[in-house]
Design a protein around this ligand. Sequence first.
Ligand SMILES: [Zn+2]
Length: 158
Amino acid sequence: MTPTEQKVRKARRLIAAGMTRQDAATRVGVSRETLRVYLDGAACRFPGCTKLARNRGLCSGHIQQERRGEDLHPLSATKANTMISIEDAELDVHEFEFMRHICGLSPVQAVVRLGMSPYVIIDRYHRLGREVPVELAAIRSVRLATARRMVDPMAAAS
Ligand SMILES: [Zn+2]
C-alpha cells in the first residue's frame, strides 16, 4: 500500500464516521482532488495529473486545453487543490483577517475579494490548527456565485 493509499484509507474511515470529505482530506494530508479520485473514479490520463477524469479520460482542465487546441501540458497548481505550506496558509488567513477587521468587509465580501471559496479559507484555518471563526463557518454553505452577487450586483446580470 502506498502512503497515499494509507491516507485515503484513513480518510475513508473518518468519512464513514461522519466527517466531511474536505475535513477528512485536510486531516490526513491529501488534497480533496486526490481523495475524490480514489473514492469516485479514475484520475486524468495526462501523466502526473491527479484530477478526476470527466470526459474521454481527461480532467476539466485538460479538456479545456484540448478545446483551445493546445498541446496538453501540466495544469498550473492552484492554491485550492494543493496542500499548501504553513507560510502560505498564514498569508491567506492574514489577508482574510486584514479585510475583515481593517477594511471592515463582511466575511462573504472578504472571501470574494480574495477570490477564494469559504471552504478554502476554512481549510487554511485547519491547516494552521486554528479555530475557524464562527462567522466564517456560518457561510460555508454559501456558494461563491451567490457571494459574488451579494458583493457586485452587476456580476449577476452577466
Ligand atoms: Zn488532467
